[in-house]
Design a protein around this ligand. Sequence first.
Ligand code: ATP
Ligand code: MG
Length: 410
Amino acid sequence: MRKEAARQVLQTLEENGYEAYFVGGCVRDWHLGRPIQDIDICTNAHPGDVMRLFPDHVPTGLKHGTVSVKRDGYLFEVTTYRTEGDYLDFRRPEHVTFVGELHLDLARRDFTMNAMAMDQHDRLEDPFHGRQDLADGVIRAVGDPSVRFREDALRILRAVRFSVQLGFQIEPETKAAIAETANLLAHIAIERVRDELNKLLHGSFLKIGMETMVETRLFQGIPLLHHLFGKPEPQIWRIGKVETLTQKWSLLFYMMNLSPIKAKELCFFLKMSKREIETIGRNVIVLDRLQPKWDTPAAMPWDRLLLEYGLTACEEIEGLLRACWWNHEERDTLSVLRKTYDALPVKTTKELAINGKQLQEALQKKQGDWIAHTLNHLLVQTALHGLPNTPERLLEEARNEVARYEKHQA
Ligand code: ATP
Ligand code: MG
């Protein structure tokens, strides 16, 4: 078991005269009975000592005092107690200072629930009363919230993200400090903002998050995001009804009435991956075309959509429609989609009895846009209009279509 392997790391450190604790997110999540992400360990041993005691290690972040220790196939980050140096530009500090006391290490952490440590016998070190705040469902900054947010503005967003993940309220002074310092978010690398937003969109309590974002004018310093999260949206809960991140962003853009062009602009701004931008771009275009109304299922042109975008893309879109129609009993779009797909006699241009090269040779023409256009036309004709999928009939239809296409282009 992973926790047992980690416990043995603590034990080895202790047997060698050092202090060692589980710390941060894992302690919080154990207390909440939530699945844990990674198990982090803190110790008063210096990185050199940690590397000496655990030959099987990776020096992942020596500058910040972190050595990743391998045990039973698991990797644990072991970090020396530290405080953080000067915070420049409201971002993470460049330098850290190693310290001898656990308390000082816990004091640099963001929220009381993240500032607890637990030893190998499950004894809790909780100088900021994080356990009580966990029990009360409260997110509270360690120390003066305004100072802490000015040190590192990402904490502002972490507070909102945790509240959406856990369904917790942000303690009033902490929330007031968020409103006061929110404009500093503009100084944070957009990738870090995006990663927090991605976690937030996966959270179960979006309504709470949305209320906080509106109340604190969270993105006042980032106009593109303010546009998206700056006004209350009663439909926001529907984002919890879709699974993938690309669906979540797509649904958000649709409910916020963003045009496909604006949506894509935002994806680029957030530096999403090429694949994400493509998928979201396509989803938003299709939603914009279909214009589904909340809880009002309508017949969808699945056959055409399937031929145009393929099955995987349509499954993604089907999930979006199901969320749009969530409160309605008749939203069994998946079986309609599958039936339509199975019923298509030809599903892609690859299944046609003729390919682009053969078309080119038969028609004695140079390469060009006409090939893709003609193949797609043949696909629609064979799949939906009964054109026989034989080389002769396809070629005949192709000749007519190319003539039409060229006349239209001229
Ligand atoms: P999760 O991994 O579920 O996103 P986490 O709390 O474990 O949540 P990490 O980013 O893994 O978050 O950070 C581990 C710990 O480091 C946190 O629990 C917190 O104690 C501390 N920490 C992380 N980011 C910050 C920050 N920006 N300011 C202060 N402390 C932080
Ligand atoms: Mg973590």
